[in-house]
Design a protein around this ligand. Structure first.
Ligand SMILES: C[S@@+](CC[C@H](N)C(=O)[O-])C[C@H]1O[C@@H](n2cnc3c(N)ncnc32)[C@H](O)[C@@H]1O
Length: 422
């Protein structure tokens, strides 16, 4: 609504406009400075409010539809959505309603609708918290739901949607004694070795952050470097490295790690993360598809639809429509072929994506095996603490899903496989 929002709620509504009206991811909108005019605390609050609204978007729309004859223009609808979501989570009704009315009232184009906003929200101030949890769990949009139902079945997709609604805890990878840091931070050590915190607060204020004793990394994402299991003295290429969670893990092994990414800006984050943790790797800004070299092991965390990360990025299914996934699949296959050409004989390649779509995981491995007769899947590489037998796929990869570990708080969706050249 306003070009430069001046409160957390107005900024949250603006983020909704950018995602739902302009097809931008929230991370893209933030990188382009949408919230830059706000103080840090308001920026964080605006992001939290927007994320909560995306999680419950379908529920908010159902409630708004009960009290409107036709959908209001998108910017007004987004103010309503944000306000309803906040009311449903127990937000103080007077403050929520009056600010929504003020935001709409400040818009020359839409101020005539501020009376309607007031009337709708006054009704929903009582209704939303009462009925919210009885409304159905929000469904993924069709562009994503349909292929996921075809791949995993309706029951599994419903469980994924419950996991998306629940959101994600904070997972850490510890450089050293996980049990010590779990106790210090009031978290638990997961069966795969990550530390999970249910209530985290501001990450940079936690003990151990400044000293680089740990870094934020989802438990599923942490598995790829464990599957690669780099050894001291080996040469290892992290082929799509930024922002560097996996580079840090590789660097703790004593291997000589090269971290490569096409984005100079994102590689700065790898350098920052290495500096904070006191770890070392050689940084290279280059296109993975033309890079030359020879390595004992390569980690290819390829660009993908990122559909495994919806718990943490609930805007993603709303910003995207599936266009571009075909192109990503082609790029993943080209990167796989090129990564194999960088391996010494007998070398190993871990391919992974944070996608729930088999086309970006299981099918890529089936197809690369068909293209390269000297390639085998190393199933033994998945013999790791915490890996459950049901997570291993037919072709020998590891399929991780947000609906796994529901009692522990879930995990991101990931696909990981270790390939060896004969
Ligand atoms: C899934 S992210 C990598 C996440 C990272 N491995 C981590 O654990 O923090 C994919 C990365 O691929 C990079 N990328 C995309 N196309 C590339 C290319 N042609 N060559 C090298 N990197 C590329 C992107 O800049 C992005 O940082």
């Amino acid at each position: 609504m306003p070009a430069s929002p001046c409160s957390a709620r107005a900024a949250a509504a603006r983020l909704l406009d950018q995602v739902l009206g302009e097809g931008r991811l929230m991370s893209e909108a933030l990188a382009q400075g949408t919230l830059d005019a706000l103080p840090a605390a308001d920026r964080a609050r605006a992001q939290r409010l927007a994320m909560e609204t995306f999680r419950g978007l379908e529920r908010a729309d159902r409630l708004i539809a009960r009290h409107t004859r036709k959908p209001p223009p998108l910017p007004v609808r987004n103010v309503l959505r944000q306000a309803v979501s906040e009311l449903a989570q127990g937000g103080e009704a007077h403050g929520v309603v009056s600010e929504a009315v003020a935001i709409v009232g400040a818009s020359a184009r839409h101020k005539r609708l501020s009376g309607m906003v007031n009337a709708v929200l006054r009704k929903l101030a009582d209704e939303a918290p009462r009925v919210w949890s009885d409304l159905r769990v929000p469904r993924l949009p069709g562009w994503l739901r349909e292929p996921l139902v075809a791949a995993w079945g309706k029951g599994a997709v419903a469980a994924m949607e419950r996991a998306h609604l629940a959101g994600a805890p904070l997972d850490l990878t510890v450089n050293g004694d996980a049990a010590h840091w779990a106790a210090r931070l009031g978290g638990e050590v997961l069966p795969t070795g990550s530390v999970r915190l249910r209530e985290a607060g501001q990450v940079t204020a936690l003990p151990g952050y400044d000293a680089g004793a740990w870094w934020v990394q989802d438990a599923a994402a942490a598995m790829a470097a464990k599957v690669l299991a780099p050894q001291p003295g080996e040469t290892v290429l992290d082929m799509c490295a930024a922002p560097g969670g996996k580079t840090l893990q590789l660097a703790t092994s004593g291997a000589a790690v090269t971290a490569l990414d096409i984005s100079a800006r994102r590689m700065e984050r790898v350098a920052d993360n290495l500096a904070r943790t006191g770890l070392s790797a050689t940084g290279v800004v280059a296109d993975a598809l033309t890079y030359e070299g020879c390595y004992d092991a390569v980690l290819l965390d390829a660009p993908c639809s990122a559909t495994g990360t919806i718990r943490r990025h609930p805007d993603l299914p709303h910003a995207r429509d599936g266009a571009g996934i075909g192109e990503l699949i082609g790029m993943q296959a080209a990167m796989l072929d090129h990564a194999l050409s960088l391996l010494k004989p007998g070398g190993r390649l871990v391919f992974c994506t944070c996608s729930l779509l088999p086309d970006e995981g299981e099918c890529q491995v089936d197809e690369v095996l068909a293209r390269h007769a000297d390639l085998v899947v190393d199933r033994a590489a998945l013999d790791l603490p915490g890996i459950e037998p049901g997570w291993i796929t037919e072709e020998g990869g590891l399929r991780l899903r947000p609906d796994y570990w529901p009692e522990r708080g879930g995990m991101d969706g990931f696909y990981i496989a270790c390939l060896r050249r004969g």
